[in-house]
Write a protein that binds this ligand. Structure first.
Ligand code: S3P
Length: 169
């Protein structure tokens, strides 16, 4: 199986769907934000505070290069800005998890750990700015995606099955 990479906006559920896909397909799931946090031995939030967003984006590029060289047969979930790396299509089949901004925001608010989910995301602190970023990014996500899956009202398991079935990954 070729790698599958999940892109999409913050809070859309890329990590959760990656784990459901792993269970369904038997491939391991890895997450680029987790990789960066372990490489740096600090949280994304602290990387943004201490070294700024540009430094974090360089780490994403470095992670993408490493994935391209070293990883096969894996499900890769990404941070919401990872779609910008140049070699995305060389790493994997790219799947966009799509939903409206309102749906994503409500999902975060409904989560038992809503406060923590928002606090760990530096670019989700101001709702107006987050919505503007969403509007700017949706066409860009679509530009890099091999397939788009609308996730609204679907369980992670259903989304995983849909990804595997319709695209013979
Ligand atoms: C970001 C999304 C975050 C994380 C970082 C930047 C973005 O990941 O990578 O805070 O630019 O959209 P999630 O998509 O998991 O929230």
């Amino acid at each position: 199986m070729k790698n599958i990479i999940l892109v999409g906006f913050m809070g859309v559920g890329k990590g959760t769907v990656a784990r459901a896909l792993a269970k369904e397909s038997g491939a391991y799931a890895i997450d680029t934000d987790d990789m960066i946090e372990s490489l740096e031995n600090r949280r994304i939030k602290d990387i943004f505070i201490e070294d700024g967003e540009a430094y974090f984006r360089d780490l994403e590029k470095k992670t993408a290069k490493w994935l391209e060289k070293n990883v096969s047969n894996a499900i890769i979930s990404t941070g919401g800005g990872f779609y910008k790396v140049k070699n995305l299509n060389k790493i994997a089949k790219v799947i966009l998890l799509d939903a409206s901004f309102e749906y994503i925001y409500q999902q975060i608010l409904d989560h038992p750990n809503a406060k923590r989910k928002l606090a760990k995301r530096p670019l989700f602190q101001d709702i107006k700015k987050a919505k503007a970023l969403y509007k700017e990014r949706i066409p860009l996500y679509k530009g890099v995606a091999d397939a788009v899956i609308m996730i609204e009202g679907k369980s992670p398991e259903k989304i995983a099955k849909e990804i595997l079935k319709s695209h013979s990954c």
